[in-house]
Ligand binder design. Structure first.
Ligand SMILES: [Zn+2]
Length: 308
């Protein structure tokens, strides 16, 4: 793995042009040298006519450094992709499509939105491991934004404009390590157990409140606590803090998240939280995961999220 820039001047020095960006992507995608995505052969010739494109010695397939990645077929330069990845990864609160459009001088809001959406897809490493050890788990609801109403879920709306979220926080010593968040359909045992199975190691100890949806959770040890009116922040301090931060972030950065894209926003929040102490390394992981993320089209991004 190549290292990563730790400041803006260093970023500028290291990525002055397309060639420098492409070389970096090559090292992230093929740390042990080129490998053909079709046949797995490891010998290829660099084409003289197309930069950073290789013809496989085994099957003759031509593969560019961005082919089959989240950057596949993009009309934007790699320099713009790198700037966007750097801004999204290193800003402590994230950056909206509108801010990105202005910062990078992009021609349209749609272009910026597409770029943000694609990078967000690259925020979930398919090889990540489940949370382990002591894990606090809780559920919550957050308001979301609709077309007519900037911030839905105001007074007297009960479940309308509310999205249900499950949250898990891994505890190491006395501090939080990694987190996971997912949209859930309801607070039933079925939904909560599915969330736990997908995000928490079966050998973990799950600490929850006494809600019946958690009984029989798919973990070795379950530690449920009956919680009085005020005690939730005492029994489950970290998951409560994470949920409070999530709500503040969703309102502040995006002025309320849209229901359709909720899982993508949750993925971004998780990405940022889990790399809060290594923001510059997060730039590299975003691009590295991007090389493992299948191409995403505009239509895929505007469709309801299949993960949600
Ligand atoms: Zn091949």
């Amino acid at each position: 793995m190549p290292d990563f820039p730790t400041s803006l001047p260093e970023f500028q020095r290291r990525f002055p042009d397309e060639d420098a960006c492409a070389r970096y992507l090559f090292e992230l995608r093929w740390p042990e040298g080129f490998r053909c995505p079709r046949c797995g052969h490891d010998h290829a010739w660099a084409l003289e006519t197309k930069a950073w494109t290789f013809e496989c010695a085994g099957c003759a397939r031509q593969t560019s450094v961005t082919a089959g990645t989240v950057m596949h077929g993009s009309k934007l330069s790699l320099e713009i992709w790198f700037w966007a990845a750097y801004l999204m990864a290193t800003h402590s609160n994230g950056i909206s499509a509108l801010q990105l459009q202005k910062q990078l001088g992009l021609g349209s809001y749609k272009t910026a939105w597409l770029l943000c959406g694609k990078l967000r897809r690259a925020m979930v490493n398919p090889e990540r491991t489940t949370l382990s050890g002591l894990v606090e788990i809780d559920e919550t609801s957050i308001s979301h934004r609709t077309k007519d109403d900037p911030v839905a879920g105001g007074q007297g709306r009960s479940h309308d404009g509310k999205l249900l979220i499950a949250a898990a926080v891994e505890i190491r010593g006395k501090a939080p390590a990694r987190i996971r968040l997912a949209k859930i359909d309801d607070y039933s045992a079925d939904s909560l157990h599915r969330f736990i199975a997908a995000n928490v190691s079966p050998t973990a100890t799950a600490k929850t409140d006494a809600w019946q949806g958690y009984s029989g959770a798919p973990v070795d040890e379950h530690d449920p606590h009956v919680i009085g009116e005020m005690a939730a922040h005492v029994i489950l301090p970290w998951v409560h803090r994470v949920i409070a931060n999530l709500k503040r972030w969703a309102l502040g950065v995006y002025h309320g998240v849209r229901a359709k894209h909720i899982q993508a926003y949750l993925d971004e929040f998780v990405f940022r939280f889990n790399r809060r102490r290594t923001r510059h390394a997060a730039f590299r992981s975003l691009l590295a995961t991007g090389t493992k993320t299948a191409p995403v089209t505009y239509n895929m991004l505007i469709a309801p999220d299949p993960r949600g």
